[in-house]
Design a binder for this molecule. Structure first.
Ligand code: PMP
Length: 370
């Protein structure tokens, strides 16, 4: 392993070093073809084999049965904000969105261009609703929520428990996909952008119950129609070949590192180190996320003395701890700990936080404020 700094960026996020090395070595000659995978036809047997391997491995790792289609869509998360209503409203006129933070709110705003969107919860309390608090209409086309709010650092600890009957549940798992086992059967649709836990930007995976495949109206643009991806085995045109290749390497890496249970264990260990540190240094740092909603992926906090935030970020960088400034909309600090982050990275971050807290204790911080 080299001495690369730890990258806590929220996405595009770090990739495991062996994956980066493999990409590097395969760029000039992939599988003896004298070319990289970026330079061969996407309908070649060789590329299709990669796509098939990725789908099969996802099905195996996540326990996805034949009643679900696994679709590799173009574009990022925001494109799904449009694809979801365009595909799933069907003959219905409304859907309910659970607003827990930035990304569920953005998804609801986009969907409101197409339908009557009811919202529950308001995303301002840094906590999560219970199943009873998630109220929705029985004739909604779907109920939508975001499993991990990347900006606020709020994650549902488990399936929210809501019983929807025939109303399908749609879940944005962009920032915690493949980081723990999921019972896909509870959902109508699970989707995730690749650039955090399993690859790089430009690809989203959609896992869709097959009976929901053909609800899009005739005006739906071709490449925004899930059924077009299903009918063409995710080759409606030239796909995101590099992203699919990297996602396949990531799926292999996750598989060879113990699969989703092990990813979950490691995620708990990494985030546990940081939350324990926050709990021990409350006089210097503060997190408003309710303990039951603490994200394993994005640890979000502030310095009590906000004037020290820039110094904290700068010193962290000098110590090889990169990408920790909070989202531009909220400021503060965000430490993202996706699948590729070694436990040692979380430990190094915690050590730095403790050291900083010793050097800028509450009293000194108060004096700096005065
Ligand atoms: N959903 C979640 C949970 C996200 O974290 C993000 C981006 N960070 C998005 C959606 C939007 O994804 P994109 O930037 O690829 O459009």
């Amino acid at each position: 392993m080299s001495n690369r700094p730890y990258n806590f960026g929220a996405g595009p996020a770090m990739l495991p070093e062996p994956v980066l090395h493999q990409i590097q070595t395969e760029m000039l000659d992939w599988r003896g073809m004298g070319r990289s995978i970026l330079e061969i036809g996407h309908r070649s047997a060789e590329f299709k084999a990669v796509l098939e391997e990725l789908e099969e491995r996802l099905r195996w790792l996540m326990g996805i049965g034949p009643s679900y289609a696994v679709l590799f869509c173009q574009g990022g998360g925001r494109l799904q904000f449009s694809m979801v209503p365009l595909n799933l409203l069907g003959a219905g006129v409304s859907a309910t969105y659970v607003i827990t933070g930035t990304w569920s709110r953005s998804a609801a705003t986009e969907a409101s261009r197409y339908a009557r969107i009811n919202t529950v919860w308001n995303g301002s309390s840094a906590s999560l609703p219970t199943a009873e608090q998630i109220d929705f209409a029985r004739d909604d086309s779907y109920l939508y929520y975001c499993d991990n709010e990347t900006v606020q650092g709020i994650e549902f600890p488990e399936f929210p428990g809501v019983k929807t009957g025939p109303v399908p549940i749609v879940c944005d798992m962009s920032s915690n996909f493949m980081s723990r086992p999921v019972n896909v059967e509870r959902y109508g649709l699970v989707w995730a952008a690749a650039q955090k836990n399993f690859g790089t930007a430009g690809l989203t995976v959609a896992i869709l119950r097959r009976d929901l495949l053909d609800l899009a109206g005739p005006e739906t643009p071709l490449l925004l129609n899930y059924s077009v991806y299903a009918k063409t085995q995710s080759l409606p045109g030239t796909p995101a070949v590099f992203q699919i290749y990297v996602a396949n390497l990531m799926a292999r890496w996750i598989d060879s590192h113990g699969g989703l249970s092990e990813m979950d264990e490691l995620a708990r260990e990494r985030s546990g180190i940081l939350y324990r540190t926050l709990d021990e240094t409350r006089d210097v740092y503060v997190t408003k996320v309710a303990p039951a909603a603490r994200s394993r992926m994005n640890v979000v906090f502030r310095l009590r003395n906000e004037a020290l935030t820039d110094l904290f970020v700068r010193e962290a960088e000098e110590n090889g701890l990169l990408g920790i400034a909070g989202h531009r909309s909220v400021g503060g600090i965000r430490v993202s700990l996706y699948n590729a982050m070694p436990v040692e990275g979380a430990q190094a971050m915690a050590d730095f936080m403790k050291d900083f807290a010793r050097r800028y204790p509450a009293k000194k911080a108060a004096a700096a404020r005065a």
